[in-house]
Design a protein around this ligand. Structure first.
Ligand code: SAM
Length: 310
């Protein structure tokens, strides 16, 4: 059974933000659309609470879960969270989006052993200076993370590159070459305005039309992901590149199958909005039954609607 919203969009994917803390300071970060709290460590959801929410979600037909943040690896109990969620019967995919800085030193391998299936690693540039300027972090450590993810056997490993005008857009060919050489997938992501200042957005947003035209010309085949925003995947002779274009894109929104859970335990139907959240953590802490929690998911599902409408 799947939940479907008022526009006929099935609910298939859940993105759980497990912390607001991060060890990078990405200039472009949308912070998963969350309102930032003064004390980012406060009110963390416990492992048990996160796993319970995931169980309820899976019982309602949500078969794919992604852990995000902040930086999920800032939580020492991430392996326990992964073990708990991966053991849920009916779950088909469990993935992590990370800056990769803490994936080395055996962590990637440990997470794979705990049942994590895939990782997406943010890599906005292969130039150490640009990487540092954009993230505050060290490129070397991120590349160690990519290496660790590959060696741990995650498949596919994906690189997430938010493309920014006048900052890293000229790095796209290098990233394509790197991804191809390492047999990993590159995602080119259009900058979202959420939690990014107006000035920054105006200065650095650029549609990905130019990159897409180049990919189209080189592609051997093009694949569509109908249950993931109708995104296109370009299979080039030596690399695979997925393009994420959310801005003013009605087709993207009409094929959105996601719900989010914020790091303070609220069901969030859309990255772009905070006026339609449904608290699930407080009811859990007040002793709500599984049936009551399912009803909260159903309510939040009916609050889903395409942000960009036809
Ligand atoms: N710290 C983790 C990381 O770096 O992947 C997880 C959090 S980050 C918010 C999750 C994803 O959002 C990353 O892949 C990042 O590239 C993407 N992202 C961040 N800010 C964005 C923005 N303004 N527009 C589009 N994507 C963005």
């Amino acid at each position: 059974m799947n939940l479907t919203d008022n526009c006929g969009r099935p609910l298939l994917n859940l993105r759980i933000s497990i912390t607001q803390r991060c060890n990078n300071r990405c200039a472009y970060c949308h912070k998963e659309g969350e309102v930032q709290r003064a004390n980012r460590s406060a009110e963390l959801m416990s492992v048990g609470e996160i796993v319970r929410m995931a169980k309820i979600a899976v019982s309602l037909g949500i078969a794919r879960i992604k852990l995000t943040g902040g930086e999920p690896l800032m939580r020492r109990d991430l392996p326990e969270i992964v073990s708990g969620i991966s053991a849920i019967a009916g779950l088909r995919d469990l993935s992590l989006t990370t800056n990769g800085l803490l994936l080395g030193g055996g962590m990637a391998k440990k997470l794979r052993e705990c049942g994590l299936k895939r990782v997406n690693i943010s890599l906005p540039s292969l130039n150490p200076e640009t990487y540092h300027k954009l993230t505050g972090g060290k490129l070397e450590a991120a590349l160690e993370g990519v290496k660790a993810a590959i060696e741990a056997g995650f498949c596919p490993v994906k690189l997430n590159m938010v493309v920014l005008k006048d900052v890293n857009s000229s790095d796209v060919p290098d990233l394509i070459e790197y991804a191809g050489r390492n047999n990993i997938v590159l995602q080119l992501i259009e900058l979202d305005p959420v939690n990014v200042g107006d000035e920054y957005y105006t200065e650095h947003h650029r549609s990905l039309d130019e990159q897409e035209a180049m990919l189209k010309a080189k592609a051997v085949t093009v694949e569509k992901r109908p249950y993931m925003h109708n995104r296109l995947i370009y299979h080039l002779p030596n690399a695979t590149v997925e393009v994420v274009k959310p801005i003013e894109n009605t087709d993207f929104c009409m094929h959105c199958t996601r719900m989010r859970i914020t790091s303070d335990g609220k069901l969030k139907p859309c990255l772009m909005r905070n006026d339609n959240l449904t608290d699930i953590l407080v009811p859990i802490r007040e002793g709500a039954s599984d049936e009551e929690l399912k009803k909260l998911f159903v309510k939040a599902n009916f609050l889903r609607e395409p942000y960009n409408k036809q």
